[in-house]
Write a protein that binds this ligand. Structure first.
Ligand code: LMR
Length: 397
């Protein structure tokens, strides 16, 4: 049966790391996968994570299964950080959370849930979006379609064209929005734009699904949650897929959450029972370690305060790199205006480099970025900046 199988394409993001690891050039730079690097080019374990792990090592008494929906304390703390601890969604018990293996696991549970309750619904994705989105929803046998998002001339959101398509989406379809730090463009909706989108969803009966993987990487924990909270102000029902890979640096622990908000606590409870079936039939119950770390940190005022400092350090370094990148490209004589990169937010920016230029960058300079031209700004350092910018200027010529 296996003799006739043709090889599948490598993943457009994770496959780059495989190629990067084979590259023997000592100057090689990987700006492909969205992983944070510190000033010395390392992806560190946060000190608060180390401390939480040490505490867990001392206190952990069992490796028995977690419940299907994960740790209850984790679910509660997750809702507090997403909505703010005083939000009426919490006091009205309108939210149900399942702990998932990463943000991708959360998206897949969301997809399976939608397929279960509304199999004909179409999921609308921004153009462009994270390349795994269409594969993931297709894998769950849901229809996917796209709405315009990015304007390559202004390097910002093409809001008029976006809204023109959103206004045609039928009731009951799903609108996937990036909660903050849009992946891959780095271009986010303004407050006013969030309000218009949220009001349109409420008016048309469209279900928002927020992919929320970078909270704290843009402007701050609450600032980055403002889009999600605007949706909460307008829409009685929506879904939030959280990832703690980036803001806790817990990439390989696979820690995320899917939160469903319903119009009433009874509806949330009923929907929760279906989320649990989606989990049980997929991976049974979540891995414990990452969720325990997050719960330990968020549940302890001292650890939480120290984690917020570590998070701010990561955010500030990324935003510094954005400015430094623009300045260095200019110094190196780039004949193109890259100043938009300094204003974008999160790990990524769309560089505007063509697939041919991306390939030349890899072949001539061992600099790896995603074929779409997406650059992981969080992989830049003071040490690799000159080499990186010289390479880019070379392929632009
Ligand atoms: C990315 O977009 O690079 C990250 O979200 C990692 C991944 O799984 O693709």
């Amino acid at each position: 049966m296996f003799e006739t199988i043709n090889p599948a394409a490598e993943d457009s993001i994770l496959g780059l790391t495989v190629e990067f690891q084979k590259d023997t050039n000592p100057k090689k730079i990987n700006l492909g996968v969205g992983v944070y690097k510190d000033g010395s080019g390392q992806t560190p374990v946060l000190s608060t994570v180390k401390e939480a792990e040490a505490r867990l090592l001392r206190s952990e008494a069992t490796k028995s299964y977690l419940p299907i929906d994960g740790l209850a304390s984790y679910a509660e703390l997750n809702q507090q950080i997403v909505f703010g601890s005083e939000h009426t969604i919490l006091s009205d018990e309108r939210a149900a959370t399942v702990q998932t293996p990463g943000g991708t696991g959360a998206l897949r549970v969301a997809a399976d849930f939608v397929r279960r309750i509304s199999p004909k619904a179409t999921v609308w994705l921004s153009d462009p979006t994270w390349p795994n989105h269409p594969n993931l929803f297709g894998g769950a046998a849901l229809q996917a379609s796209s709405y315009p998002y990015f304007d390559a001339d202004s390097n910002g959101v093409d809001f008029d064209r976006m809204m023109a398509v959103l206004e045609t989406i039928p009731a009951g379809d799903i609108l996937l929005l990036h909660g903050c730090c849009h992946n891959p463009t780095g271009a986010d909706l303004s407050t006013q734009q969030w309000q218009e989108v949220a009001s349109l969803c409420a008016g048309r009966g469209i279900l928002p699904l927020l992919d929320f993987a970078y909270q704290g990487f843009g402007d701050g924990l609450d600032e980055d949650a403002s889009g999600v909270r605007i949706v909460a102000d307008h829409c009685r029902e929506f879904l939030v897929a959280t990832s703690y890979s980036k803001n806790f640096g817990l990439y390989n622990e696979r820690v995320g959450a899917l939160t469903l908000v319903a119009a009433s606590s009874e509806a949330a409870e009923a929907a929760h029972s279906h989320l649990k079936i989606c989990v049980r039939t997929n991976y049974s119950n979540p891995p414990a370690h990452g969720g325990q770390i997050v719960a330990e940190i968020l549940g302890d005022p001292d650890l939480r305060q120290r984690w917020e400092v570590e998070l701010a350090d990561m955010r500030n370094r990324i935003n510094d790199m954005r400015h430094h990148f623009v300045e260095t490209l200019d110094e190196q004589g780039a004949d193109r205006d890259f100043s938009f990169i300094a204003h974008q937010r999160g790990m990524f920016s769309y560089s505007g480099l063509t697939p041919t230029q991306v390939q030349a960058l890899r072949e001539r300079h061992s600099i790896y970025i995603v074929g779409s031209g997406r650059i992981n700004v969080a992989g830049m350092t003071e040490a690799n900046m000159e080499y990186l910018c010289a390479g880019i200027v070379d392929v632009l010529e």
